[in-house]
Design a binder for this molecule. Structure first.
Ligand SMILES: Cc1cc2nc3c(=O)[nH]c(=O)nc-3n(C[C@H](O)[C@H](O)[C@H](O)COP(=O)(O)O)c2cc1C
Length: 131
C-alpha cells in the first residue's frame, strides 16, 4: 500500500496539559487502528504535525483534525508520497520540549509561514533521528 506523509501547522486554542494529553491518547488509539504514525510538535504557540500512512486514512484523519476546535488556522504545508515512514514506532510521538526550531517571537512573526516545505520536513527528519 502506498504511503503518504502530510504536514500541517496550526495555532493551539485553549492549550494546556489535560487538553494535550486528551488529544494524544485519542490520537494514539485511532492512529494505531488506522495504520497512521507520525509526530506532533506541540507548544503553546504552535502545533506542527506529521501524519504518515495509507493515503485514504491520512487524508480522512487530516480532515477530521482540521475541523477540531482545539486549534485554529490549520495550514497544509506538505503532502507527499513516501517510500518509508519517519516514525514507524510511533502512533504519535509528541515533542513538547525541544522547541529548538523557532522562538516565540519568530513564530509570532510568521516563521512557520516563511519556512520552506524542505525546512519543515527537515524538522521532522531531525526529530525522527533524535533519541
Ligand atoms: C493538534 C491536534 C492533533 C490531532 N491529532 C490526531 C491524530 O493524529 N489522530 C487522531 O485520531 N486524532 C487527532 N486529533 C483529534 C481529532 O481532531 C479528533 O478529535 C479525533 O480524531 C476524534 O476521534 P474520536 O471520534 O475517536 O473521538 C488531533 C487534534 C488536534 C487538535
Amino acid at each position: 500500500m502506498s504511503l503518504i506523509q502530510l504536514i500541517y501547522a496550526s495555532t493551539p486554542f485553549g492549550f494546556d496539559n489535560p487538553t494535550l494529553n486528551q488529544i494524544l491518547s485519542v490520537a494514539r488509539r485511532n492512529n494505531a487502528h488506522n495504520q497512521i504514525t507520525g509526530a506532533l510538535i506541540c507548544r503553546a504557540d504552535l502545533y506542527l504535525q506529521m501524519l504518515e500512512g495509507p493515503r485514504p486514512a491520512v487524508t480522512a484523519q487530516f480532515h477530521r483534525i482540521s475541523g477540531d476546535d482545539r486549534h485554529l488556522d490549520v495550514v497544509l504545508i506538505s503532502c507527499r508520497d513516501a517510500q518509508t515512514r519517519m516514525f514507524p514506532q510511533w502512533h504519535m510521538k509528541d515533542d513538547p520540549a525541544r522547541s529548538w526550531m523557532w522562538t516565540q517571537e519568530q513564530i509570532a512573526a510568521g516563521a512557520v509561514d516563511a519556512a520552506s516545505e524542505e525546512d519543515v520536513r527537515a524538522v521532522f527528519a531531525r526529530l525522527s533521528s533524535a533519541a
